[in-house]
Design a protein around this ligand. Structure first.
Ligand code: HEC
Length: 258
């Protein structure tokens, strides 16, 4: 009896908790991401395009301090061929040193270098953006409620403000930001870049690709984790069958004596 009550309570809170989760996520735009779910995988070409969007648009303001160029060639990520990773890295100028004379110098980037930041420090970044810091994007998807849906929604959420709302210079109306205000001008417009693979660069396409790229950056081992999960499930199913069969076998004599 007690057990039944406990179970009922558990079920009750489980349902309430889950419906809360659903309710709070519903406010964001919802995309059927390929990486969601138990067997989810990243779309390789979307990751590669997403890097292009980050590099050509977002990297002007947002750093990604935790990533190195070599990560772009690793399994489970955009998987650029090694030559391309070297080309990407060497297209950046990296400050290194000090040399024999104690001077800092610049050289072309190498795959082992971290992504180059647009600003030397947080204060410089904040000062250049009207007093708002463009957050580092390495783990942004994981650190925001709503994750990928949230990022996508912010990118697609720019609208003209309702008539009763006055916005200061450098402040924009966005449906999905807290307070509906954001100090980032709308970053994506149709055809602001041209994709290396020929895909049409619509606003929506770029928003999806860059969000996919940012999700991978925040969770580079997602695919490996999903693969391991499937192996564990198969193992558990086999184990359950074996345990069931041995139980049958062990109790079979007891049955026959009854
Ligand atoms: C001109 C500079 C600039 C560019 C380019 C830019 N951003 Fe931003 N971004 C900002 C600033 C500044 C903020 C902080 C806004 C605020 O706090 O009001 C911001 C905030 C954001 C946020 C909200 C972060 C949070 O704290 O929840 C997201 C998401 C975002 N940017 C994504 C992007 C993406 C994706 C791109 C590229 C497609 C991009 N941004 C390009 C300056 C920029």
């Amino acid at each position: 009896m007690l057990k039944k009550k406990l179970f009922a309570k558990f079920l009750f809170f489980f349902i309430i908790f889950n419906s809360n989760l659903l309710a709070s996520e519903k406010e964001f735009l919802h995309v059927d991401w390929s990486f969601k779910g138990f067997t989810g995988k990243f779309d390789r070409s979307s990751l590669q395009r997403g890097y292009q969007v980050y590099n050509e648009v977002c990297a002007a303001c947002h750093s990604m301090n935790l990533l190195s160029y070599r990560n772009l060639g690793e399994p489970g990520g955009p998987e650029f061929p090694i030559n391309e990773v070297k080309n990407i890295a060497s297209s950046f100028e990296v400050t290194d040193g000090p040399d024999d004379q104690g001077e800092m110098f610049t050289r072309p980037g190498r795959p082992s270098d971290k992504f180059v930041s647009p600003y030397p420090n947080v204060n410089a970044a904040t000062a250049a953006n009207g007093g708002a810091y463009p957050p580092d994007m390495s783990v942004l998807v994981k650190s925001r409620k709503g994750g990928a849906d949230y990022i996508y929604s912010v990118l697609m959420g720019y609208e003209d403000p309702p008539a009763n709302i006055k916005l200061d210079d450098g402040v924009y109306y966005n449906k999905y930001m807290d307070g509906n205000k954001i100090k980032m001008s709308k970053p994506l417009m149709d055809d602001i870049i041209s994709y290396a693979d020929g895909t049409k660069a619509t606003e929506m396409q770029m928003a999806m690709d860059v969000t996919t790229f940012l999700t991978w950056a925040a969770e580079p081992h997602l695919e490996a984790r999903h693969k391991m999960g499937i192996k564990v499930m198969i193992f558990l199913i086999i184990l359950t069958v074996l345990v069931y069969l041995s139980m049958k076998k062990i109790w079979s004599r007891v049955d026959s004596e009854m």
